[in-house]
Design a protein around this ligand. Sequence first.
Ligand code: GLU
Length: 452
Amino acid sequence: MSVAVRFAPSPTGLLHVGNVRLALVNWLFARKAGGNFLLRLDDTDEERSKPEYAEGIERDLTWLGLTWDRFARESDRYGRYDEVAAALKAAGRLYPCYETPEELNLKRASLVSQGRPPIYDRAALRLTDADRTRLEAEGRKPHWRFKLEHTPVEWTDLVRGPVHFEGSALSDPVLIREDGRPLYTLTSVVDDVDLAITHVIRGEDHVANTAVQIQIFEALTHIEGGGAVPVFAHLPLLTDATGQGLSKRLGSLSVASLREEEGIEPMALASLLAKLGTSDAIEPRLTLDELVAEFDIAKVSRATPKFDPEELLRLNARILHLLPFERVAGELAALGLDDADAAFWEAVRPNLSRVAEARDWWAVTHAPVAPAADDPAFLAEAAALLPEEPWDLSTWGTWTGAVKAKTGRKGKDLFLPLRRALTGRDHGPELKNLLPLIGRTRAQKRLAGETA
Ligand code: GLU
């Protein structure tokens, strides 16, 4: 059977680094196995799901290069969920319950105060037909719970190893709300069955759901035939540097804000998230293919991975220092640097942490600069020695060699006044690279203290 995985976000907010890491791990797993990757929108929460979030998810995945082979939307599949719910009811695995949320809270509080786990007491199973008729006559509508088998549930998790739950230690989950809407616990299983998902790779916040969902898979297999329970892998969730969950900073850690505000390159984010929490070192990678080649879910550790935005920015810089011009031409054009070429890019990239910073150096090579020409006699001597054009990467060496011979200056005394006059700054990309971009006319004027 060919491998099929899914990434199943709820379009109720922006994707953040934690979600997109799961998308990436699923995608890498599929590509490595020559299988397929499904994007499924879990949008049955109609109050909170928004089309703009769905679009944002597609935009973020596309930006990262995580193309999907199949697409599904749960809100297109209500008919199928109704059919499965009817079959589960007929098989006695879904039973109607009438407790209000307040009544359930009281039951839970009472169990907890007795030091007992807050497991639903199955009171609804003891209702008679007459009880149900009376409750419905009072205007109550049922929600429906799945009747778990009180047997052990076991699976071998690709990250956690053998996992064991006792069915009797779990609450029968509500699968159908009072208004008839199916809930995630059910819809996810129905989709995984219908779309022949072989591996469910998700966050460890779903471990208890898995115990319940395995029983639902088994019930469906029993009722409808076919379909195997998928293999599960639960990854530890990312935390911040102090070990706190990322939830408080979700806005600033959204993929959209990393892209649009922080200037993060897709391969910087992918290089980090593919390796965070694994036994591999985090290294800059320029293509997803390299990450596919290195990927193995067995390298994912059970320890909590820490996400550090500073580490991401450092990796972004290392990626930029390696990226060829063709890979950033579009971004440079979007910054308004339409005429930027490979020579410009190669001159400035060692000084960048973000592509947008190229604007500062564009201003030095292509726009008037007010030079810091505070050594006029020396600069005049240097200007007189400027070689004729054409200039290339050897011009700087030839010229400063001549200036050194003529003035006897060397090191910082030689180079710093030239840099300050030519660029208006004390630091920056190598002048060997910048000088041909500045050109002789501008260089001469700047050495003469003119804004040029
Ligand atoms: N919509 C669920 C979530 O975002 C999907 C979980 C799963 O992968 O089954 O948590």
